[in-house]
Design a binder for this molecule. Structure first.
Ligand code: ZN
Length: 105
């Protein structure tokens, strides 16, 4: 019997997901290999680990220079942050209200 526990597992919205390894959900990987992750609430430093397991801790900065692929995935006005050290991209956390009024609406 071939049982695959990952097959078709429904996403439960009611539960709070708490993955043990990387608390940042990997949202996407771009065609050039750039990772796109979901920021934690109030997260300011990158938690990406390098091959040796050392945490990057680079500063996350708002980034406006994303290309067409990011626009197609997340929208032309997407709020994107980028680690200035390892260049991993971060999306804002859905549970975090935007602090500053933007002119997106
Ligand atoms: Zn980083």
């Amino acid at each position: 019997m071939a049982t695959n526990p990952d097959a078709g597992a429904p996403k439960t919205a009611a539960q709070t997901p708490a993955p043990p390894a990387d608390p940042c959900e990997l949202v996407a990987t771009l065609s050039d290999g750039t990772k796109v992750k979901r920021r934690l609430v109030r997260m300011r430093a990158c938690n990406e680990k390098d091959a040796k397991g050392k945490v990057c801790a680079g500063h996350l900065k708002r980034w406006y220079f994303f290309g067409q692929e990011v626009k197609e995935k997340f929208g032309a006005n997407a709020e994107i942050y980028r680690c200035e050290n390892c260049k991993v991209l971060y999306l804002p956390n859905g549970g975090e209200a935007p602090r500053s009024g933007t002119m997106e609406y």
